[in-house]
Design a protein around this ligand. Structure first.
Ligand code: SAM
Length: 248
């Protein structure tokens, strides 16, 4: 997968050199390219913002550098290739695991990191004439810029790419994963030693009985979800629940 990130803070993305994503980049599974928006400015101060029309506090990112940046970055793909443009925004659609699954199937994503009060709205309108555009929010709160939201989305999508996780099964068992874990939070996890500070690992996990372990994990997931995110349980259909689920 190719990912381009346009930002006024390319250095914000140094974590993408580490761990799973760093390895995926080194092995060629992931091609991440960083672009400094200011390289598409033409004034002495490399200005990227201006006062908002209609008045009010704060500044808005100017359309000209964004237009030039997107033309340059998205025009340079393989013959006929079109990226999907992601614009992080608190007012966007919620970024969920399901959306991450869908984005992981795309060959090419471009992230446009806004700052200040956001990017002049004509930039996304103009881009939408040439490529699919999605405004996505990572949660109901306001960050100072799109960089940290982009880090969250890039990490979530990248670990779903085939070959990125050491054991592909681990993504299947995660909270929110499609399949058995849809609409569920993962329950507690344990490792050695079996007793630590007088606290024992639940005996079923040491039993070697895989059926019983699966049942225990599902019960714990249902309990964690009921405790922390009860509204997720409303999304279950009767077909999603088995007889034992109804008893938990
Ligand atoms: N005035 C905007 C509003 O109220 O919707 C907030 C602008 S925010 C200070 C600056 C930038 O941070 C946004 O353009 C966006 O790129 C990013 N951002 C802030 N919160 C976000 C969130 N919850 N999800 C995704 N991006 C966010």
């Amino acid at each position: 997968m190719r990912i381009d990130i346009i930002t006024i803070f390319p250095e914000y993305f140094s974590p993408l050199e580490l761990s799973l994503i760093g390895k995926a980049r080194a092995s060629g599974l992931l091609d991440i390219r960083l672009h400094d928006l200011r390289s598409w400015t033409h004034d002495r101060h490399n200005t990227v913002d201006d006062t908002p029309y209609g008045g009010g506090p704060g500044m808005v990112m100017k359309p000209e550098p964004w237009g030039e940046a997107l033309d340059a970055v998205t025009g340079g793909g393989e013959e006929g290739a079109t990226p999907r443009l992601i614009v992080p925004a608190p007012s966007g659609l919620p970024f969920t695991q399901q959306r991450a699954d869908r984005l992981a199937a795309e060959p090419w994503l471009v992230f446009a990191c806004g700052r200040y009060e956001g990017i002049d709205s004509r930039v996304a309108e103009d881009a939408a004439g040439r490529m699919p555009v999605e405004h996505l929010s990572i949660g109901d709160y306001v960050l100072a810029g799109g960089e940290s939201a982009t880090l969250v989305m890039v990490e979530t999508v990248s670990r779903l790419l085939p070959g990125v996780l050491g054991n592909a099964e681990s993504a299947v068992q995660d909270s929110f994963a499609t399949g058995a874990m849809a609409h569920l939070l993962e329950g507690p996890v344990y490792t050695k030693p079996p007793v630590w500070r007088d606290r024992e690992v639940p005996p079923v996990l040491l039993s070697g009985n895989h059926g019983a372990v699966d049942r225990w994990r599902r019960d714990q997931a249902l309990r964690a979800t009921a405790r922390n995110r009860p509204e997720l349980l409303d999304r279950f259909t009767d077909d999603d629940l088995d007889r034992r689920d109804q008893e938990v």
